[in-house]
Design a protein around this ligand. Structure first.
Ligand code: ZN
Length: 446
């Protein structure tokens, strides 16, 4: 025979000053043997329903109202264990109903913080799983990677939205079956009614985003973008030509219009005697018909000049960062700073040719994750990224550039607390933003 017990996630509406652990110790010490802090305002414990009611009363007496308590029932037997569907416990701890927020509004906030248009064209960002039944978003789980462990965690806390930095769905698939672990996760998200959103390279690119956070770890400096982002929009072309007179210009414009749905624009720069000097701006799809129409006129074809219109750069946005440090430091100091910034006991360092730990680092280039393609050819004393291949490291070292590698996701994960603060500040108190405790880089230095 098995034993019934409940795993409860309690979210405080108004956590008092100090950490939740002090409060949980206060209200739980006499009743529960095990409680785990999830964040500053929430914790998890195992208890029975009557114990949970006692916890509610104690918390109310201490004026620490719960925003909500959600729990799962688990049945443990010698042979197997399973979870019944989770449900929200309606309890007298709901002191008032907080304003709810729907998924669409939360997605708008996420996009305000990092527009999806900043993502690389090969990427798969945005809303990846959308539940059919709308429910207010009360709990958002932030994770670097969506793994089975993180999905367990999301389900246990009755999460409504998972923000997974890396897109858990990337390659297209033709079926949803249990054979593939990513498809399993998609199915679990759908069955649990959990939405999944991925920002990926939009976070890398945005000003004050992941790469700016990464380079800050070394020190202050003059920061520039390695691969500049540009305003999104259709590619445009500018055609400059001269028509013999107004009648010829009208004929050319008429030809272009009949060929195409007119979205082009034109300006008459100046008129000399009867000649019309014109600038016409059009999209890529309109370029060929426009050129065709102009070539039909002898005068216009002789004067035709075509240029491609560049979209303006989005200052401060793009992939990778370079910094000229305000205060140059030794390679050893830079290494220590990066360890502290990433919260890691170990990093891998390849010293550049003729370099030692005492060599001065004046300039740094970073790219979160797998940065070799962005860092390639960049002049800097030090590269910092998550991973590079053996030969890519050798290339950098041969040019006198030292390389620090942290393992892929260790160069990214530390941005989650920064993003959490920004997101929570833009959402009502009714929404809890929680960082996954299960998310970690799969590689460990043993
Ligand atoms: Zn990555």
């Amino acid at each position: 025979m098995g034993v019934w017990r409940r795993r409860v996630v309690v979210v405080f509406k108004d956590p008092p000053t100090g950490s939740v652990s002090s409060v949980t110790a206060e209200v739980t010490s006499s009743m529960f043997s095990r409680s785990v802090n999830i964040s500053r305002s929430s914790f998890r414990l195992n208890c029975s329903l009557s114990q949970l009611n006692r916890l509610s009363s104690t918390a109310l007496q201490r004026k620490h109202h719960f925003l909500r308590a959600t729990f799962k029932t688990s049945h443990h037997s010698p042979c197997h264990s399973f979870y019944t569907p989770s449900f929200v416990l309606s309890s007298r701890c709901f002191s008032q109903s907080p304003p709810s927020m729907d998924l669409k509004t939360v997605l708008e906030v996420l996009e305000q913080l990092a527009p999806l248009s900043l993502a690389e064209s090969w990427d798969n960002v945005g809303l990846l799983v959308e539940p059919s039944k709308q429910r207010p978003v009360k709990t958002i789980l932030l994770t670097n990677d969506l793994t089975a462990d993180v999905m367990d965690e999301a389900e246990a806390m009755t999460c409504d939205l998972i923000v997974s930095y890396h897109p858990p769905l990337f390659r297209p698939f033709k079926r949803l079956v249990q054979k593939d672990w990513k498809q399993q996760l998609a199915i679990r998200a759908i069955e649990s009614g959990i939405a999944v959103f991925s920002p990926h390279t939009s976070w890398d690119s945005v000003k004050d985003g992941l790469n700016d956070w990464l380079i800050e770890g070394v020190g202050r400096g003059q920061v520039s973008v390695l691969k500049q982002a540009h305003c999104s929009g259709y590619q445009k072309h500018r055609l400059e030509f001269t028509a013999r007179n107004e009648e010829e210009l009208n004929n050319i414009l008429k030809d272009i219009k009949t060929e195409n749905n007119e979205t082009f624009q034109y300006n008459i720069l100046r008129t000399e005697q009867e000649a019309q000097h014109v600038i016409l701006t059009c999209s890529s799809s309109e370029l060929t018909p426009a050129v065709q129409a102009i070539l039909n006129s002898a005068t216009a074809s002789q004067s035709l000049n075509i240029t491609q219109v560049q979209q303006p750069p989005l200052l401060g946005c793009g992939q990778g960062r370079h910094a000229v440090l305000d205060e140059p430091m030794s390679t050893a100091s830079a290494l220590q700073r990066v360890k502290k910034h990433l919260g890691l006991p170990y990093l891998r360092l390849a010293l550049g040719n003729q370099k030692t730990l005492d060599s001065v680092v004046k300039s740094v280039a970073v790219c979160a994750g797998s940065g070799a393609s962005v860092l390639q050819g960049v002049k800097a004393d030090l590269y910092i990224t998550g991973e590079m291949s053996h030969h890519e490291v050798l290339d950098a070292v041969s040019k006198g550039t030292s390389v620090i590698l942290s393992d892929h996701s260790n160069s990214e994960r530390g941005f989650l607390p920064v993003f959490k603060e920004r997101l929570a500040a833009r959402l009502p108190d009714s929404v809890s933003v929680i960082i996954s405790q299960k998310d970690r880089d799969p590689l460990q230095v043993m």
